[in-house]
Design a protein around this ligand. Structure first.
Ligand code: DX5
Ligand code: ZN
Length: 218
């Protein structure tokens, strides 16, 4: 059986102790660090940028999974690649030339991901599936932590899993938003490989136990 990747999001951590939050993720047995970049334009809130990401890089050995919730994502690719991102995911809805952006990311030696919001169908992504490393399915509307899973998005994970098998592709499917110990099984059974978890990770009393629970959910 494939190992599910658990990727806690710093978004729900205390930004004034961000390095400490990253150490807690690693100590809890998480696999990736998910970094939510919000620009106050594609989504209402603003989080942090490439300077913060570069400053955090020495504080964790885990891969940095950068999720750009920004307008004009092409402007940010080089700075986050330089900051030490292992994966950069941008939103299909924010990009005019997705293929060019994927090539730009890959040329920097970084894994390329594309995300779709709940209202965007999988069919919009189909031409790009053979060139990307990650499809990030937003299972809530982007912009905030702590929202409830939108169940119709789980069906998109299933569609992607089927397309992946039918076309012999090997991109990873990430689920982002409303992932917790009650929803993880549904999401994993639909075919997700990466579970991104913000509020439920930071709210867990025992974070190592929480990570173990998510991993073994069936
Ligand atoms: C939301 C972000 C998510 C967020 C998920 O726009 O992309 O990564 O951290 O938070 P939870 O797990 O609390 O839904
Ligand atoms: Zn995210």
């Amino acid at each position: 059986m494939k190992k599910t990747i658990i990727a806690p999001s710093l978004l729900s951590g205390d930004f004034s102790f961000a390095a400490e939050a990253l150490r807690e993720m690693e100590a809890a047995g998480a696999d990736w660090v998910h970094l939510d970049i919000m620009d106050g334009n594609f989504v209402p809130d603003i989080t942090f940028g490439s300077k913060m990401t570069a400053d955090l890089r020495p504080h964790s050995k885990l891969p940095f999974d950068v999720h750009l919730m920004t307008a004009d994502p092409g402007r940010h690719i080089d700075s986050f690649a330089k900051a030490g991102a292992d994966y950069i995911t941008f939103h299909l809805e924010a990009a005019l030339h997705s293929h060019r952006l994927v090539m730009q990311i890959k040329a920097r030696g970084v894994g390329a991901g594309i995300s779709i919001v709940p209202s965007t169908p999988v069919s919009m992504l189909e031409p790009m599936l053979s060139c990307i490393d990650i499809v990030l399915v937003m299972t809530v509307n982007p912009g905030f932590g702590g929202q409830e899973l939108i169940e119709m998005c789980v069906d998109k994970i299933k569609q992607l899993d089927e397309l992946r098998a039918a076309r012999g592709l090997n991109f990873k499917i990430s689920a982002d938003g409303g992932v917790n110990s009650s929803t993880a099984a549904l999401i994993k059974n639909a075919g997700a490989d990466v579970l991104i978890t913000g509020s439920s990770f930071f709210n867990a009393k025992d974070r190592a136990e929480f990570v173990r629970t998510l991993r073994v959910q069936e």
